[in-house]
Unconditional design. Structure first.
Length: 194
């Protein structure tokens, strides 16, 4: 997790992200809309092509996109997380990313970081604006989305790669999160590319 992105992470994820008001502000800045569109296309191209060092290009584009959004945020909708809280959560977020393929329990991470699990749960919710479990599920769904768009693996294989022992459980959560099955998701994206 890039430390410079961490303080703004909660503003763009989960229930704490109220970006509808930000889209209203964005309408006042047509050049920013164009830049954001170009950055998203560029990131998708980099992720799809997976050229050497593509992660660096995606990271740079993501930072530019977030910076653009922060610059047009006249009403200060995007609020950074408290610096001390961000420092406490950084190792946990990095650890979650490493564990997305395996069981990821709050008790394991809190003990690894020498926190009481109930204290850590409150700390996490305060910083991220969502529960630990909701965050892990959201990250797994985002990883599944990326894998579905960039790999040719089966849905069963992808479900295992994002920490699900039951493809049926993965399918159910995916459908709740995206409103369609994983196969329908891929078909829709392929139709949009045409």
């Amino acid at each position: 997790m890039d430390p410079s992105l961490l303080s703004y992470l909660a503003a763009f994820t989960g229930r704490s992200a109220n970006l509808t008001r930000l889209s209203d502000a964005l309408r006042k800045y047509p050049l920013s809309i164009q830049l954001i569109h170009e950055l998203l296309i560029q990131m998708l191209r980099e992720i799809t092509d997976k050229g050497r060092g593509y992660e660096l290009a995606v990271n740079a584009s993501l930072k530019k996109l977030l910076y653009t959004l922060i610059q047009i945020d006249d009403e200060q909708i995007i609020e950074p997380m408290d610096h001390q809280l961000a420092l406490k959560l950084r190792p946990a977020l990095a650890y979650i990313e490493q564990l997305l393929e395996s069981p990821c329990q709050i008790t394991d991470i809190s003990s690894k970081l020498n926190y009481n699990s109930s204290y850590f749960a409150k700390l996490f919710k305060k910083g991220m604006g969502m529960t630990f479990t909701s965050y892990v599920q959201m990250r797994r769904m985002k990883r599944a989305e990326q894998l579905l768009l960039t790999e040719t693996w089966s849905v069963t294989e992808i479900s295992g790669r994002v920490g699900f022992t039951s493809p049926a459980q993965f399918y159910q959560l995916f459908k709740r999160h995206f409103g369609c099955s994983p196969r329908q998701f891929v078909e829709r994206r392929n139709l949009q590319k045409m």
